[in-house]
Design a protein. Sequence first.
Length: 239
Amino acid sequence: MSARRVALVTGGGVRLGAAISAALADAGLLVVVHAHGHAPEAQALAARLGGHCIVADLLTPGAPEALVTQALAQVGRLDVLVNNAGVFEACAAEALDDALWARHFALNVDVPFKLARAALPHLRAHGAGSVVNLLDISALRPYRGFTHYSATKAALQALTVGWAAEWAPSVRVNGVAPGAALFPPEMPERARTEYLRRVPMGAETGADAVASAVRYLALGPSGITGQVLAVDGGRTAAW
């Protein structure tokens, strides 16, 4: 068993997930980096951080539970779970088919629930476990063309608050809600400019800001649970 505290970060090999993995490793945790579509990047990151990498498709039946089991087999304990893996695909509401709807709810809601349920006894084992869910400010005001995605984040936000009440005092549960942290590479420049026009800070917040918020909530004061921290450059303040 590891003498260090252990964090499992889903989708932890690239973009926000990679920054979160690095921030937790910098704080002294042993990090288990999960990946699916970005396995080479996750494996390289885990090696650089002195952690472990597990490659798994979390939409496969039984995969979330198996991920927790495999992580425990490798490191022997689990103190922090970061539910970062998710899907974000545009589609007009009237064109949305059952498959895309189901995929978003499966990966953005069902998988975090199953991971947290499987991890719970192990998070409780040392009396100070922590779950941090990656949410989105669009849970409050859905982005046009992403209403289905926003609905999943609203559901996960409800789980975040509910779990916090049910699992205290041995496990804290919080959420981080980014705004424009990192624009998708395919996002047109005109759309980026229009979005940032409504952000008081005038820029993407960047992955490091989100990662710092996750680290704070994962390791921070024991009195903080059931909270959602917006990291959005002030976008929600300007609505």
